[in-house]
Design a binder for this molecule. Structure first.
Ligand code: SF4
Length: 133
């Protein structure tokens, strides 16, 4: 059942990528995505191993229906280390840096990209709260 939902979500996402804006523009698709996300959350609530939180799933919904999601922290919360040792903020940005400090200063501070909300970005944007008693 979870595999079928995953396939259906992927199909909705693939269809959206084929539109000019890359967003869900058809009301039926938006409704279908909302319904599938609710089904995934129901499975999670029943104890199935759904590791993506409802919070992230609904942000993904926003990304898919609004055409972007601001606040990317590529370079700060995650980065890519290339085989030659140079770093890039993410796999889709071809800007190379030798030090993370340079990346933060010359890319992350000015980054306005909203082009993805995939697992790498979504999972790394979590806020971790630690209580010390
Ligand atoms: S492609 Fe995604 S991870 Fe990379 S800079 Fe844009 S929004 Fe951030």
């Amino acid at each position: 059942m979870a595999a079928e939902l995953k396939r259906e979500l992927w199909e909705i996402r693939r269809t959206a990528r084929q539109t000019d804006e890359g967003v869900l523009a058809i009301r039926d698709q938006i409704d279908a995505l909302k319904q599938k996300i609710e089904e995934v959350i129901d499975l999670r609530n029943q104890g199935y191993p759904v590791y993506t939180s409802p919070r992230v799933l609904w942000k993904f919904y926003r990304f898919m229906t609004e055409g972007g999601f601001p606040g990317c922290q590529a370079g700060r919360k995650f980065l890519v280390i290339n085989p030659d040792g140079r770093m890039t903020p993410c796999a889709m940005v071809m800007a190379y840096f030798d030090k993370q400090e340079d990346m933060l200063e010359n890319f992350t501070k000015q980054n306005t990209c909203e082009a993805c909300y995939i697992a790498t970005r979504a999972k790394r944007h979590k806020v971790v709260c630690v209580s010390v008693v």
